[in-house]
Every structure is written in C-alpha cells, then in structure tokens.
Design a protein around this ligand. Structure first.
Ligand code: PMP
Ligand code: GLU
Length: 402
C-alpha cells in the first residue's frame, strides 16, 4: 500500500532518536556518556507534583478546554507580565502539548500551501519538518557573518512573494547564542513592514548567563491585538519538565482562535493533569530556576575550559541554553561520521551538526553533571588529539589508538 508523500517527506527527529540510542546503550550497561542531550537534569518543582497529585487523587480527570484551562492561562498571562512586562488577555493565550505543538499549530494557522518560513542555519531539528507538516516550504538561510548572529540583510535576501513568516529562537538551540536587542528590534519592525509574522521561540529565555538580560520581541511590541508576533514558550527547559509536555503561545486573539480550532481536532487540548503540573511550576517559588541557570553557567565554563585542549576546534561562546555548537571540521568535516566514530570509539554521544543544517559541527550539551562533562570531553580529546598515544580506560575496558 502507498504511503503519503507528506508522511514520507518527514524525517525522524535525530535528537529524539539519539536520546533513545543512549537509553538503549545505557540499559545494556555500556559506559556511555550523553553530551547530546536536550533536557536539564533535576526534578520538577514540588508544587507541580502536589497539584497534579491532588487532581489525580480525585479520580476525575476530564477533557480540558481546547484552549487550555482558565487557571493555567491566567498563570501564563501573569508569567508573561512578570518576565516580559506586557500583559496579554486570556483570549491571547493558548496552552498546547509542548512548545512543539504550539509552534506547529501556529504554522498551520498562518501558512497557505507552498508559503515559506525563513529561519537561520543552524536551526533546531524540528523547524523544517514542522513547516512541511503545515504544508509550507522551509527556507533555511546561511548567515553572512560568522558567530551565528544573523543580519536583517540575511533575511531580506531570502524574501519572496511567498514568504509568510520568520522564525527565530534566542538563546538558540543548537548554538547557545543570544541575539542582541538591536537585532530583535530590527526584526520586529522588518517583519511588520513586510507584512510577515514573527514567530519567536523563547523556550530558553530564562537560561541566560553572564548577567545578561534576555532581549525579547515583546520589548518592541505595542500590544497583542493585531500584532504580527507569535511568542512561544513552555515549561520543558526552565523547570526541567520535558516529559510533562506543556507549552503555550501568546498572540493576537483571532489567530489564537484558529490555533485552538486546529488543536481541538489534534489532541483536543493538553491533559488537565499536566496543566496542573505546569501551573504548580509557574506559581511555585522560582529558586529552582536560578539554581538550574547557575549550574548550567558553571557547566558551560567547565566545558569551554576542557575544550581548550583541542587547538583546532572553533567555538562561539554561548550566552544561554545548555548547548554549544562546536566546529570540528579541522578534525572531520562529516559530522555524522564524527558523531558515529565518537560513539563507537569512546562511547560519547554527540549530536551531528547535519541534523541542524550545518555540517562540520557537533552540538555538545552541558545539561548533565560536571563529572560526566569532564569525562565526556576527556574522552573526546583523547579520540581526536593525535599527540595522545597512550591507551584510555573506559569503565573496565582499555581502548587503544588505531
Ligand atoms: N523549541 C526549541 C528550540 C527546543 O529546543 C525545544 C525542545 N524540545 C522545543 C521548542 C520544544 O519544547 P517542548 O518540550 O515544550 O515541546
Ligand atoms: N529540544 C531538545 C533537543 O533539541 C529535545 C529533543 C527534541 O524535542 O527534539 O535536543
């Protein structure tokens, strides 16, 4: 039997696939180290568990309104006001099954078949596939300058009559780079002037380092009604709650209404249990977020320090997230090959840059423990530095240079 062209055009999420590979190897007792992960360690905030438990204990868990529960939308409204200084109304907020679904329904709501969404390379793995799922054409653009910060002219060059939206993520997965306020400001006015939507994926907005302030699209927006800005956020990264699958979008109310209609036929709406968990996380004391943020900053510093021993890598220092996007092309230009080699030879899992549209790089994550980062980078240095000739101990095994 035939399978649809759309279905066949969608590739597997490499990040999720390699996460799975890691789990399988770990379960087999392999001494594998994950430097590719996309989720912070640590537990969900206590209040998230308490509120979920309370509802679960009643035994009465029904459908949620497709737009999300009122209490969680109120919490998101207040969250937006607290962190962005602008207060949406409840009609401007939709709760989805992860930021992933919020992004997808946003694209489905704005794209006609064949219309284009522009985003910079490297990009988060799911962006091109999401645009395709929404019947659009993904347009991933090369950047003029090194350092992963686009210029307006990079976007301008890619504009066509079919361009419908620009999609950005800052701080960025996979680079960890945060865009300056001046660029965000210019993007807000450029997209407005050209009649485009600006979809801002803000999922890492509180995981920012070096006392920097996160420049936000809402700094330059006058309000929500009639706005061309779609702001997407969620609990996965900030609260280490990836498996709870709650995210949201804040936008113009007529657009939200269409997103709700779409969602009502997809998942119906996110589970009320998990919305309770998200509510708990948002209203709980926020000290866990600062703890996570500062641990990630220390981890970033540690990883940068350890990588200094590889004199041929090129790194742009991340200002946020828990990723860095390291240029290993002087060692091996094919990132799939390099990633497979590191997993095979020294049991270190990394994410090949090819998955993010820019080969020659590996995405390294520092969301794990400091000792894992140290051990992982030590193994990586051993595998790549030709001057090291002595064998390496991994668990009970001794590995020799080829
Ligand atoms: N955007 C980016 C840039 C991400 O890294 C992720 C991580 N999965 C998401 C969106 C989706 O997050 P969620 O877990 O809320 O679906
Ligand atoms: N966003 C994370 C990553 O890029 C989690 C995996 C996923 O959802 O793709 O690794």
């Amino acid at each position: 039997m035939e399978i649809s062209k759309l279905g066949l055009s969608i590739g597997e999420s490499m990040t999720l696939k390699l996460n799975e590979t890691f789990g399988i190897l770990k379960a087999k007792g392999e001494p594998v180290i994950h430097l590719g992960g996309g989720e912070p360690h640590g537990k969900a905030p206590l209040k998230a568990i308490e509120l979920t438990n309370e509802l679960l204990q009643t035994g009465v868990v029904r459908y949620s309104p497709s737009i999300g529960t009122k209490e969680l939308r109120e919490a998101v409204r207040d969250y937006t006001y607290k962190f962005y200084g602008k207060k949406p109304e409840l009609k401007n907020v939709i709760i989805s099954t992860g930021a992933k679904q919020a992004l997808l329904v946003a694209m489905q709501a704005v794209l006609n078949p064949g219309e284009e969404v522009i985003f910079p390379k490297p990009y988060w793995v799911s962006y091109p596939e999401m645009v395709k799922l929404a019947n659009g054409n993904p347009v991933a653009i090369d950047l003029k300058n090194p350092g992963f910060i686009p210029e307006i002219s990079d976007f301008e060059k890619a504009l066509t009559p079919k361009t419908r939206a620009i999609l950005i993520n800052s701080p960025n997965n996979p680079t960890g780079i945060m865009y300056p306020g001046s660029l965000i400001k210019d993007l807000v006015s450029f997209t407005k002037e050209k009649g485009l939507y600006l979809i801002m994926d803000d999922i890492y907005h509180r995981l920012v380092f070096d006392n920097l302030k996160h420049p936000s699209v809402l700094d330059y927006a006058s309000g929500f009604e009639g706005s061309h800005i779609i702001l997407v956020n969620g609990i996965s990264k900030t609260y280490a709650m990836t498996g709870f699958r709650i995210g949201w979008a804040v936008a113009d109310s007529s657009l939200i209404k269409v997103m709700v209609n779409l969602q009502s036929h997809q998942t119906g709406g996110p589970s009320p249990l998990l919305q309770k968990a998200a509510l708990g996380a948002i209203i709980d004391d926020q000290s866990g977020v600062e703890e996570l943020r500062s641990t990630l900053e220390e981890n970033r510093n540690l990883m940068l320090e350890l990588l200094k021993r590889l004199d041929k890598v090129k790194i742009y220092k991340p200002s946020g997230t828990f990723y860095m996007y390291v240029d290993f092309s002087a060692y091996e230009p094919d990132s799939m090959k390099l990633s497979a080699y590191l997993l095979e030879k020294v049991k270190v899992l990394t994410m090949p840059g090819k998955a993010f549209g820019l080969d020659g790089h590996l995405r390294l994550s520092y969301c794990g423990e400091a000792d894992e980062i140290t051990e992982g980078i030590n193994r990586l240095v051993w595998a790549l530095d030709e001057n090291i000739t002595e064998p390496l101990e991994i668990g009970t095994q001794t590995i020799f240079k080829d």
